[in-house]
Design a protein around this ligand. Structure first.
Ligand code: GLN
Length: 297
């Protein structure tokens, strides 16, 4: 079949769901992944034909896309901060907002990284996208990444290998660890007095009451463990991580969060109450409160 024809079929079947522009992107991602054919090649050779088995692969992908399965899970990979990442249903698909958080940390600590070996902890690492992009761009840093999910850690470990970086992975429940410091010493095999320069987290923060805003491709496919919190205690992870940071950050160490845009002021207040200084709420590219930073005194 000629690829152009296949592209037309994608448009006929998917435009109503995704819009024409997005369907083009999905189609080009498929041609790159399945055929190793770049977008430009398609434009230059409109009559490019593919074999029957190749055509079948595209029709299979089309069926999944019709059911609104995320293309990143379908292909098993995505890109974050210019780096390749494997993903599956056990980890969130990395979001552009999180790239902004990573960028903020890299810009804030590049100078410091030149003179000292920064110790960084990423809590709730998922695919490992934050931890791995940080160590790639702050190459002196020693990065630790924690998650409660064994399955997520498997993906994160694969991604560390894929990107050729060393990360120390820790399987633990941050709520428990925050309540019990000896547990932390056990799980992290850390001696007392081991402190971090930077702690970062993008924990679950979507309230059940916000479910109607979440698109079906996210709701039906991405891990709820990584997304949702109870309506009556939405800052549970922020509270635990802030408590943990009080005990495990160096003086002048920094805490960074990705946050729920509707809870900016409340989340900020947590850090203010915990006596962090220079607490700053920052907006993402869509103009929503999305990042929070503070310095331990
Ligand atoms: N930003 C993600 C979403 O809206 C949520 C990420 C999270 O809960 N940490 O789907």
């Amino acid at each position: 079949m000629v690829l152009k024809e296949l592209q037309n079929i994608f448009h006929i079947e998917l435009d109503a769901i995704y819009g024409q522009h997005e369907v083009d992107s999905l189609f080009y991602l498929c041609t790159e992944y399945y055929l190793n054919i770049a977008r430009i090649q398609l434009t230059l050779e409109p009559e490019l034909a593919i074999t029957k088995p190749e055509t079948e692969t595209f029709f299979k992908a089309l069926e999944h896309l019709k059911q609104q399965q995320p293309i990143q899970y379908l292909l098993g990979e995505t890109e974050f901060y210019g780096l390749p990442f494997k993903v599956n249903e056990n980890v969130l698909i990395p979001r552009p907002e999180t790239e902004e958080l990573v960028d903020l940390i890299i810009k804030g600590h590049s100078q410091q990284n030149k003179v000292s070996k920064l110790k960084i902890l990423d809590i709730g690492t998922g695919s490992g996208c934050i931890a791995i992009s940080l160590v790639k761009n702050l190459p002196n840093a020693k990065v630790y990444a924690l998650d409660i999910s064994k399955e997520a850690l498997k993906v994160a470990k694969q991604n560390a290998k894929l990107n050729n970086v060393e990360i120390t992975f820790i399987e633990a429940n941050i709520i428990e660890v925050a309540e019990n410091s000896s547990l932390w010493e056990d799980v992290a095999s850390r001696e007392k007095g081991f402190l971090f320069d930077v702690i970062v987290s993008n924990p679950p923060y979507v309230r059940n009451l916000e479910k109607q805003e979440i698109k079906p491709n996210v709701l039906d496919n991405e891990p709820h463990l990584a997304l949702f919190v109870d309506d009556d205690n939405p800052l549970v992870f922020y509270k635990a991580i802030t408590d943990f940071a009080i005990n495990n950050l160096k003086p002048k160490g920094h805490l960074y969060f990705e946050i729920n845009q509707y809870l900016g002021e409340d989340t900020k207040q947590l850090l203010v109450d915990a006596k962090f200084k220079d607490v700053e709420l920052l907006k993402d590219l869509n103009g929503n409160d999305r990042m929070l930073k503070g310095e331990k005194i």
